[in-house]
Design a protein around this ligand. Structure first.
Ligand code: FCB
Length: 473
């Protein structure tokens, strides 16, 4: 939720010590296909659930769609040149499934594959390591019409699509992530319905979450079969979840939300089981009859790395007695009445509380699950930017990055094997249900002219990359 009246994040970057990151730290920036590419009906691409959703009245603020977005499809060369100016070591992008496999089944679309071949070649020519995400939310519409992620077959379709991509790009892409943020796909897509496809059924959301993870496991196996040397992982969005007080009721609320937000994914993916308390919390929603023998073994197929997206912390409290549960569709099935509490700390333009120590906590927590190398595959903030004399002095965004990089460094000092960090986002883009009204980019995009203007945060990030760390202030 947006809270534009909130105070700015941080006033000044005062007297902070310099910090150096480990040699070879992978400094990157991230984007996603539907958020930047545009060219929605060009060269054989067919609709995804996000095309349908954004073209449905009332779903996206101001009726914005990704039809044109940043027109990256036609501006690939200039955009990679900007990445090279920043000195990026890596660029995390996603492949639009319906661009490379229209309809989600059958043969590849050569023109679609060609676009990604050109992108990858251009990156490599500029010394930028391509980092490919297979699924950043754009399910081909016919697969949704056949049941979407709540249907088991979608997982098998995802594995087929993976093979097609591994065959086409596996010779030049080393880093692969299967899913981006399965929590959002499952619980925002099928629970609260604020994301595509906009369905609102708690049991479907839980089934979707399971089949997304099953698709992930099958996808990892498909990648391993086609490209044994690929570095393969998954990206999850995680939040520390704190109780608002130390009462048993608030602690229980925190346990429930932590189960749905974090452990629903971390436990099956990294331990091969669903947490018992989560299954119990969901008893009134589903009997987990969709889980078949062998699924959890597939889901926990060994990985090479884990990607963590971090934005904020949740603070929650027990339901207020005597107050009826809000009847709006929820992304917290079985725990709809838990209250989300705001602490009055500075927030971003999304209304998300700024909490850098939460990143250290989150990375430590994932390390408790696994010794695998970790990467922050997204971290960043939306703020209202203004272009003054051709400059965007985004001090709040810069301060957000600075604080979170310090938090990431602290995790490294604690022994967390953090190997890279991707800023969200390279450039302003289509922010899902918020359309173009929220700007996360280090590069400003004027959507009328498609002019790109690096903001202060971009120039600062370039200096961070150059020195492999932060300068003393
Ligand atoms: C994440 C998404 C990304 C972007 C940021 C702000 O949840 O992965 O596409 O929208 O949030």
């Amino acid at each position: 939720m947006s809270n534009p009246a909130s105070p700015p994040a941080v006033d000044v970057l005062d007297e902070r010590p310099g910090l150096t990151f480990p040699p070879g730290f992978l400094w990157g920036a991230a984007t996603a296909a539907y958020q930047i590419e545009g060219a929605a009906a060009v060269d054989g691409r067919t609709p995804s659930i996000w095309d349908t959703f954004s073209h449905t009245e009332g779903r996206v603020v101001a009726g914005h769609t990704g039809d044109v977005a940043c027109d990256h499809y036609h501006r690939l060369g200039g955009d990679v040149a900007l990445m090279a100016e920043l000195g990026l070591k890596s660029y995390r992008f996603s492949v639009s499934w319906p661009r490379v496999q229209p309809g989600g089944t059958g043969a590849a679309n050569p023109q679609g594959l060609d676009f990604y071949r050109r992108l990858v070649d251009e990156l490599l020519a500029n010394g930028i390591e391509p980092w490919l995400t297979l699924y950043h939310w754009d399910l081909p519409q016919p697969l949704e019409d056949a049941g979407g992620w709540p249907a088991r077959d979608t997982a098998a379709r995802f594995a087929d699509y993976t093979t097609l991509l591994a065959d086409a790009l596996g010779d030049r892409v080393r880093y692969w992530t299967t899913l981006n943020e399965p929590w959002c796909s499952a619980f925002l897509g099928y629970g609260s319905g604020v994301h595509a496809p906009g369905r609102t059924n708690g049991a479907d959301a839980v089934r979707a979450g399971h089949h997304l993870m099953l698709g992930h496991g099958l996808s990892v196996q498909a990648l391993r079969a086609a490209r044994p040397t690929a570095e393969v992982g998954v990206t999850v969005n995680l939040y520390p979840v704190d109780p608002a007080s130390d009462t048993p009721a608030d602690s229980d609320a925190a346990r429930r939300i932590d189960g749905l937000a974090n452990r629903f994914f971390l436990d099956p993916l990294l331990r091969g089981s669903y947490p018992e308390d989560l299954v119990a919390d969901l008893r009134t929603v589903t009997d987990f009859g969709h889980v078949r023998d062998g699924d959890l073994a597939t889901i926990s197929t060994p990985l090479d790395l884990v990607g963590v997206n971090y934005y904020s912390r949740h603070v929650v409290a027990a339901p207020t007695e005597g107050v009826a549960t809000d009847s709006a569709p929820s992304c917290w099935p079985g725990s709809e009445d838990v209250r989300f509490v705001t602490r009055g700390v500075p927030v971003t333009d999304m209304g998300w509380e700024i909490d850098a120590p939460g990143l250290t906590e989150t990375l430590r927590r994932v390390h408790d699950y696994t010794d695998l190398p970790l990467y922050v595959t997204e971290n960043g903030s939306a703020f209202v930017d203004s272009v003054v004399d051709g400059q965007v002095d985004d001090v709040d965004r810069l301060a957000y990055f600075d604080a979170h990089l310090r938090a990431a460094h602290e995790a490294i000092n604690d022994g967390v094997p953090l190997r890279g960090y991707f800023a969200w986002s390279l450039m302003d883009n289509f922010e899902w249900a918020w359309g173009y009204t929220k700007r996360f980019g280090m590069i400003h995009v004027d959507y009328d002219s498609q002019a790109r203007t690096p903001k202060s945060s971009a120039k600062w990030y370039a200096s961070v990359i150059r020195r492999n760390g932060l300068a003393a202030q």
